[in-house]
Write a protein that binds this ligand. Structure first.
Ligand code: ARG
Length: 352
């Protein structure tokens, strides 16, 4: 299919910003400590499948200082980040994304994704990450998905990342009902060129949330992980190293209620929320499009043994503010759309 660009909908930039009058001062050190201990006690009442060992480790480093927003850096040899990609405009990070498996089979119950080990070529991201600028870059082969290393640094003399794999985006599929004014249906798929000789063996896809997982996955206090190279403070700088933070799932009614009263911002059906009422831990600018994932902890009972994509970073009022939770596009709600879109694209390709 070469660089033929297929566009289902055009979008304009939809970064959510607030008037300066609404911005909060950064909490003091003691306030961070208070929030960290509150976070620890909330996390303690998580169900069996939430990780205890991991809680302790992350709570310890949470208290230490600002990351994603109060997250921690991910080690290259850690597990369960390898599907995270950096979407780059001419080698500059703009958004996150996640490799998803292209495999699917149609069964009586709809579309079932197949787990396979093929080179990942499909990335899910946020629709608001794909503006006219990105569409132009795709035509020129200058929008890439970079993967395989937690660090985006270390470029060689040609400006190319040494230990990173970089794939050209060859097509973008925005959700046809994406609305930049309300952020409804903020999801897009990127089709990548296949890599012939990947330099990293860490790249792989993440499974998408399924109906059978809904009852425990999208339940209050389920611990979810969000990762990205976004800013580590509201209004701050991007992070060179991939950061991760654990945030509990928040019921839509609670999230919608606080957004409605605080900022008149509306939630729609395909949106889910995660975060702490007290704020403090969140995704932020530059994390958009990146994965919100359920990750089973080793040795802890869990309904699933593999990581599950629960959502895609979409928007928020500021970052990590009390009661203004991070808002994500539900992966489950768009599972069918993703499967259909990929199937159509691949059928079209082989017919060419
Ligand atoms: N829209 C932002 C981006 O483009 C992501 C915002 C997420 N905000 C939050 N508070 N969780 O990167």
């Amino acid at each position: 299919m070469k660089t033929l660009l297929k566009i289902l909908a055009l979008a304009s930039a939809a970064l959510v910003t607030l008037p300066a009058s609404l911005s909060l001062a950064q909490p003091s050190e003691t306030e961070f400590e208070r929030q960290a201990s509150q976070a620890r006690s909330i996390e303690r009442i998580q169900r069996d499948y939430a990780s205890r060992a991991d809680d302790t480790a992350s709570a310890r480093s949470l208290a230490r200082g600002p990351r994603i927003i109060n997250g921690r850096p991910i080690a290259n040899d850690a597990k369960n980040w390898e599907w995270t990609v950096s979407i780059q405009r001419r080698n500059n990070h703009s958004c996150g994304g996640a490799f998803i498996s292209p495999g699917y089979t149609a069964s009586g119950k709809g579309v079932v994704w197949r787990d396979d080990d093929t080179e990942p070529v499909w990335v899910v991201t946020a629709a608001h990450c794909i503006t006219e600028l990105e569409l132009n870059l795709i035509e020129r082969g200058e929008l890439t998905a970079v993967s395989g290393d937690v660090s985006l640094a270390r470029r060689d003399e040609f400006g190319k990342n040494r230990r990173l794999d970089s794939q050209k985006v060859i097509a973008a599929y925005l959700h046809p009902d994406y609305d930049p004014d309300t952020n409804a249906n903020d999801i897009a798929l990127l089709q990548l060129e296949e890599l012939e000789n990947p330099v990293s063996n860490r790249r792989r896809s993440i499974g998408i949330a399924q109906d059978t997982q809904q009852s425990w996955l999208y339940a209050p206090y389920t611990a979810l992980n969000v990762m990205g190279w976004g800013t580590t403070l509201e209004g701050g700088f991007l992070s060179e190293t991939l950061q991760q933070v654990r945030v509990p799932f928040v019921e839509q009614a609670q999230c919608a209620g606080s957004y409605a009263s605080a900022s008149n911002m509306g939630m729609s059906a395909g949106m889910i929320c995660a975060g702490f009422s007290s704020g403090g831990y969140d995704s932020c600018q530059g994390d958009s499009g990146g994965p919100l994932a359920y990750i089973p902890a080793p040795g802890v009972p869990s309904p699933t043994r593999s990581a599950v994509l629960a959502g895609v970073v979409s928007w928020g009022a500021g970052c990590a503010r009390p009661n203004l939770f991070g808002v994500y596009t539900s992966a489950l709600a768009y599972r069918g759309w993703m499967a259909r879109t990929i199937r159509q694209a691949e059928t079209h390709d082989t017919n060419n």
